[in-house]
Design a protein. Structure first.
Length: 289
């Protein structure tokens, strides 16, 4: 409600509760996106390997500042305990010196404008008119003062939603490994990146027209993703969570809801172990048999 920039890093383990603290799982996606009372906008991203853990943290900080909301990074145990060599980042290229804007705010200053993005004034900013904005967990007007007005609440809810819709339009579509359309698309998120790529190659060695892609931005999803998925006869979403009551994993459930695409299928497991390439290949073979 306060629309404050915040980074949360969730290194997922086997659940529920303490569950399997030294084993891997990807069961926190729906909690990360929807886990709150009320409609609370947040951004959810996931790194694909150890190197990406560095770069996604930089991007998450930029997104939190741009949209003035929490950004949740969904890592997992398979990444957190992995040793992986990669080129040393150029820190001079990525370092951004923070600038504290303590300029004077006039009487018309609105930290929560209905027609724009939230922009808080740092504590200590001069307010000559003596009208100070507030940061509160209560619903508020454009100046941050608590308000229970029903029309205001509706407009503020729509405002908070619009910034994620706007972000989705700017997010790049995930790259497709191999052909841009065809018979099979393997899709995943997080640490399943490597096994999915190799499984794609093995399926092609067996004569199947297979491609692969990996989603980095989980919420909001990039605009146009439904059109990408529609170019394939079968989309297999590989993830380490339960297929649930309705037969689909957490990401697959979101994708089916967003695109109404019945070609989206799930390959799921919750044994606490990272995916073997053979498990993905066998899952596809069993479905097509």
């Amino acid at each position: 409600m306060a629309e404050l920039p915040l980074l949360v890093i969730n290194v997922q383990r086997g659940g529920p509760s303490t569950g399997l603290p030294t084993s891997v799982e990807q069961s926190d996606l729906l909690q990360a996106i929807y886990g709150s009372h009320g409609d609370s906008p947040r951004i959810v991203v996931a790194p694909r390997d150890v190197e990406d853990c560095f770069y996604i943290a930089l991007e998450a900080a930029q997104l939190a500042k741009r949209c003035s909301c929490p950004v949740i990074i969904l890592s997992d145990q398979a990444l957190a305990t992995r040793i992986e060599a990669f080129n040393e980042p150029n820190l001079d290229e990525h370092w951004i010196e923070p600038e504290l804007d303590l300029s004077e705010r006039g009487e018309d200053f609105k930290p929560y404008p209905l027609d724009g993005l939230t922009r808080h004034a740092p504590p200590g900013s001069p307010m000559p008119e003596g009208t100070y904005p507030k940061v509160t967990g209560l619903e508020h007007d454009e100046k941050g003062h608590p308000s229970g007005n029903p029309v205001n609440h509706q407009k503020m809810t729509e405002k908070r939603r619009r910034k994620l819709v706007s972000l989705a339009a700017d997010l790049p579509l995930p790259e497709v490994y191999r052909e841009e359309d065809g018979e099979i698309l393997l899709m995943g998120w997080g640490s399943t990146y490597g096994p999915i790529r190799e499984a794609c190659d093995r399926l092609r060695d067996k004569g199947l027209c297979a491609s692969a892609t990996h989603i980095r931005h989980l919420h909001p999803l990039p605009a146009g993703l439904d059109e990408l998925l529609a170019r394939f006869e079968h989309v297999f979403v590989i993830e380490m969570n339960d297929s649930g009551v309705y037969g689909h994993g957490q990401l697959a459930t979101i994708l089916r809801s967003a695109s109404c695409n019945p070609a989206i299928h799930s390959i799921c497991k919750t044994d606490g172990l990272a995916y073997r390439v053979s498990e993905i290949v066998d899952g596809v073979d069993n479905f097509l048999a």
